[in-house]
Design a protein around this ligand. Structure first.
Ligand SMILES: [Zn+2]
Length: 271
């Protein structure tokens, strides 16, 4: 069994032009159409059992439509969707209640697309609100090719936030998931500042990019129970990333935890 914990789809009506826009903005090429049907056929090809879709609310006015769509596709035919919120939304507490009541397991944040430093008070309020409600938070972390001039989540500011969120706790329960092994393109600093902290890392986009010895070192130092298999489909190919993951010299226990068990516990799937 395998869960891809980091994927993107867009409603059919806007998928084509959104993918074209993002391809141009980030200088990337999509490996799937960016639709729900496209993700499902990619999962079939790659033999992936579940995918977690991560929508980004890029302006406060999108809150309703994004979360309505997330709730619509969540929990059906191998698809789970997180919700989304923007740090400039009004009534953050009420909006987090809405997300919780829609049955979504968590939210996605993207500090670059949301133009907010990750250690800003506005994010901290959202993070504390999610923690209180048992919602998970998955955030983009590190460099984003669409925003080359400034990175709003760095290993350094993320480390400060994680420590503040779990200050004084003896047995912290991680609920924050930092994408891209803690920080895309900053693996060395991620290893220096984030490894060992109570947060998850996903493997989106970094498979085949981070040197294999470093990847294995980070997995073992951070702990197999805080790593989630992920691709960032359509921006990476699920088939190629799964083949890369399958070929890694991991133990059976490590593989099982990263591919399925950790994600299943978050999503409430059977062990
Ligand atoms: Zn992504």
């Amino acid at each position: 069994m395998i869960i891809d914990f980091h994927t993107h789809v867009f409603p059919d009506a806007i998928a084509q032009r959104t993918i074209a826009h993002l391809e141009e903005k980030g200088g990337m090429k999509a490996h799937a159409e960016g639709t729900l049907a496209g993700l499902k056929s990619s999962m079939k090809r790659a033999e992936i059992d579940y995918s977690v879709v991560l929508p980004v609310v890029t302006k406060p006015s999108q809150f309703e439509s994004v979360n309505r769509y997330a709730a619509e596709i969540n929990g059906k035919e191998g698809i789970f969707s997180f919700g989304g919120i923007h740090p400039d939304c009004e009534d953050i507490e009420g909006k987090l209640d809405t997300i919780k009541s829609l049955g979504l397991k968590g939210i996605k944040l993207h500090p670059d697309y949301q133009g907010t430093e990750f250690d800003d008070e506005k994010y901290f309020r959202i993070l504390e609100g999610c923690k209180k409600r048992g919602l998970y938070v998955l955030t983009h972390a590190g460099f984003d090719p669409a925003y080359p001039s400034h990175t709003h989540l760095t290993p350094e500011n993320a480390a400060r936030v994680v420590k503040a969120l779990h200050k004084g706790e003896e047995d912290p329960k991680p609920f924050l998931i930092l994408a891209h092994l803690g920080s895309n393109d900053f693996a060395d600093r991620s290893e220096e500042y984030l490894v060992g902290l109570p947060c998850y890392f996903d493997l989106a986009v970094i498979l085949g990019k981070v040197p294999q010895d470093q990847l294995l070192r980070v997995i073992r130092a951070h702990g197999k129970d805080k790593i989630l298999f992920a691709t960032d489909s359509p921006w990476h190919s699920q088939s190629e990333d799964k083949a890369y993951f399958d070929a890694l010299p991991l133990s059976g226990e490590e593989r099982e935890a990263i591919a399925y068990k950790n994600g299943a516990a978050i999503l409430g799937l059977p062990k």
